[in-house]
Design a protein around this ligand. Sequence first.
Ligand code: HEM
Length: 364
Amino acid sequence: TQYPLYDQAEPAGIRTPPQRYAIFMTFDMSAGTVATDLQSLLARWTAASAQLMAAQPIGQVQPTSDMAVGRDTGEALGLDAASLTVTIGLGPGLFDTRFGLAGKRPALLTPLPALPSDNLSAGTSGGDLSVQVCSDDPQVCYHAVRNLARMARDTVQTRWTVMGFGRASAGQGQQTPRNLLGFKDGTRNISEAADFATYVWLRDAGWMTGGTYQVVRKIEMNIETWDADRVSDQEKIFGRGKSAGEPLTGNKEFDTPQFAAQGKDGKPVIAPTSHIALAAHENNGGVKILRRSYNYTDGINEFGQLDAGLLFISYQNNPAHFVQLQRKLGAGDLLNEYIKHVGSGLFAIPPAPKAGHYIGEQLF
Ligand code: HEM
């Protein structure tokens, strides 16, 4: 058999136009593991990712011996990869004293500070490693993450996971999709190559050059309360129209918001406490982040209400850019009445390895 090599120009699943489904899972290194365990894990995950992204099983489904278990669990046999990407991240904890890697810590990889409106639970936060798999077929997503977890069972333990659907951000050439609040999400997102170079990929960052930082927030939405709110109030909260997604100072989705424009009453047309006024680069010293989020649902909560929200994922070459925006949003966003940040993680995404090499090889 000819095995595919992991051969990507940049880490997969970041600039990649968002696929329709995602599974995000985090892992902790098991007690007693050492640096070579981490090293072989990263090498094996890289090789398996290449096979999965090429729609191949990661080993025999049907062993030749009656005594053997399968290497691949089989549920993706016959399915297309449906644009599968696997993105692997390294958590801050990997660079503590356990593996002797303190000297290789990516310069900006320290846990996110406490932020206003944090409501985090330990069960949906942190992790030594993150795996983001995205595909247009949910079965392909689940097969990938399941098999990556299964092959590493001797090295890592699962920590938390979120299953996402209905991408809540647009890539180049895609129509803007909607989040579960019914609004278009991703209208003003990074898409130009120059912005990727300036705000997403790391430059002059030693072994991390060409990599980036991944921020993940599990954000619960009170969708039942939201659904009882007047649409005109919902539009004020975002600063945009609901159907077309136009800024309240414009007519079409991609019109540039005019944050200084005033109405007849002398008040700003786009409320200064609206989500877009607080988050826009014009009001944040030019700072931009790449949002690549998904909707999620966890079914029904303990109060019998629909349990759903946004699996917010952003990529930026400086986590402080996310922190700057979330400090403002957490303190003043009109949207806060309807959302709760319950999970959080920060991970370093290493640069793509050269063909035949593996992710994070520079650590060892
Ligand atoms: C814009 C939804 C959380 C940063 C938007 C827009 C929507 C939206 C509908 C307008 C369309 C667009 O330009 O994409 C949400 C929802 C959230 C959430 C429902 C939580 C459940 C966040 C967080 C951040 C963030 C946590 C970062 C800390 C931004 C930025 C923009 C934006 C930078 C673009 C603003 C502009 O330039 O006009 N969001 N968002 N959002 N959001 Fe969020």
